[in-house]
Ligand binder design. Structure first.
Ligand SMILES: CC(C)(COP(=O)(O)OP(=O)(O)OC[C@H]1O[C@@H](n2cnc3c(N)ncnc32)[C@H](O)[C@@H]1OP(=O)(O)O)[C@@H](O)C(=O)NCCC(=O)NCCS
Length: 302
């Protein structure tokens, strides 16, 4: 991806964003693109001669244990998606195969029949279901009263980084994206413009991190949104009300930073988290699904 293709892709993202009302490329993939990509990154561009804008973009990013694929077809070419998308996707899967193969997931915002057909055409099956849940802020006074005696403080990198990694990786041990973070992953998130330690609440017990709620502000919509970016409780302290209290502390911090809406993503099958958010007044705004597959390794032919 040279500077000019990066510019073309940014323009495509803008056009798709305007047409769909949602930004294509999830956070991890967007950072990969902007930072030039980690090892295992590839960007595939589809062009049509005589057109100033590109027709489509497909991105492959290697995660800790799997590959993420994202796909954007320009709004003007949506009628031809069933031709353009499988072709780009096939190229992406070939790259994965020559890079050693592995588990692949393609995330789709509110999947349509066309998405299912594209997935089927390249041999991907339905995978994870993610719910985006929202609620208005501020929290009700009686909910805020629950944390009257509960203390959280902002994340302090020197003191908390290693404890945070240990807690996060233990709590998300089986999670495909949130587990297995390294100090580098954490540092790269902390270097983002949006990072603000005051919205990253940490609850400590006997000098150790017991739970945290890391919030992220979004100013790109008409409503200022505070996202619960990551939340977790030390696994042996689960089920004692800590998750709920830490979430309340995080949501209140987001409100104090200007959020009018709270938002989060949760796996539809994470029953305890979905129950916790529902009991805090969140409801499902929309669903995002992944299509997955296991790609066999293949030797590069050129
Ligand atoms: C999700 C998580 C933060 C909840 O924290 P917790 O301290 O265990 O939860 P709490 O004790 O505060 O419970 C809050 C509510 O969650 C729900 N809940 C908690 N554990 C539950 C379980 N095992 N089954 C069903 N509901 C459950 C209940 O609604 C509960 O309310 P109640 O006490 O009135 O019944 C914690 O399980 C965790 O760290 N999980 C791993 C990381 C994760 O999945 N984070 C969320 C990603 S979106």
């Amino acid at each position: 991806m040279n500077a000019s293709s990066l510019q073309d892709v940014s323009a495509l993202i803008e056009d798709a964003w305007r047409a769909d009302g949602t930004r294509p490329l999830n956070d991890h993939l967007w950072l990969d693109l902007r930072d030039g990509g980690r090892a295992g990154f590839a960007g595939i561009i589809a062009r049509e001669e005589g057109r100033s804008h590109i027709v489509g973009y497909c991105q492959v990013s290697r995660g800790n244990e799997s590959w993420a694929i994202d796909l954007i077809v320009h709004p003007h070419y949506r009628y031809d998606s069933l031709e353009i998308a499988p072709e780009m996707m096939t190229t992406a899967l070939e790259i994965v195969a020559t890079e050693g193969g592995g588990h692949v997931h393609w995330w789709v915002f509110e999947p349509s029949r066309a998405h299912k057909q594209i997935a089927e055409a390249v041999g991907l099956q339905p995978g994870r279901r993610l719910l985006q849940m929202r609620r208005a802020l501020p929290l009700e006074p009686e909910v805020l009263a629950e944390i009257a005696d509960f203390y959280t403080e902002p994340f302090q990198p020197e003191r908390d980084a290693q404890q945070w990694l240990d807690l996060n990786n233990a709590a998300f041990a089986r999670h495909p994206e949130q587990g297995g973070w390294t100090m580098d992953t954490l540092r790269s998130r902390m270097q983002q413009d949006w990072f603000d330690a005051s919205g990253f609440r940490v609850h400590r017990r006997q000098e150790m991190m017991a739970s945290f709620c890391w919030t992220k502000m979004h100013h790109d919509n008409s409503t200022t949104m505070g996202e619960i970016y990551v939340i977790a409780v030390q696994p042996d302290l689960g089920g004692q009300g800590l998750g709920r209290k830490t979430a309340i502390a995080g949501l209140d911090a987001a409100f104090l930073k200007g959020a009018e809406q709270a938002m989060l993503y949760v796996d539809a099958d994470n029953a305890s988290a979905v129950a916790m958010y529902s009991s805090l007044g969140f409801s499902v705004h929309h669903e995002e699904h992944s299509f997955v597959g296991n790609i066999a390794a293949e030797k590069a032919t050129s």
